[in-house]
Design a protein around this ligand. Sequence first.
Ligand code: ZN
Length: 185
Amino acid sequence: MTKLEEILEFNKIFIENKEYEIYKTSKEPDKKILILSCMDTRLTDLLPRALNIKNGDVKIVKNAGASIMHPFGSVIRSIIVAVYEFNVDEIFVIGHHSCGMCNLNTDSLLNKILDRGVSIETIETLENGGIDIKKWLHGFDSVEKSIEDSVNLIKKHPLIPKELIVHGLVIDPETGKLDVVVNGY
Ligand code: ZN
């Protein structure tokens, strides 16, 4: 059975048994919070449980490293929609220890891209077009510093209201323990 078949088969039974009923809620986040966090597999269930978050409580935006790559990229866009359309008034940027984006070896990653059949010419064309691939793939050297930078970027963004509260935290991906890096109050 393929992964798709396996998921579709499970899904059919899930619907038949009306297992969705316990998750019923609205698209308005009850706690008026948006969390920006990392796609790390260890956080999928651990993060909401360790923060007492259930379906309907918060908006969650995830990517590799809980990073904001660009002031007008998709993360800031999501935050702006959450703030103005869904009344979010506090943002929690939550990075984590032993993140794959911390000290990421971009040389090794680029070699893997080449090994999988992407040509060096393609890389060069992108580089000539002004895309610094290694810089773009690079994560961060310190999770705390990365979180501080993200908090500052959100706070100083020209489209973000001054009263928005932005916190920065680090979560332990084994225990769920939170440490505050930036207290937004
Ligand atoms: Zn991570």
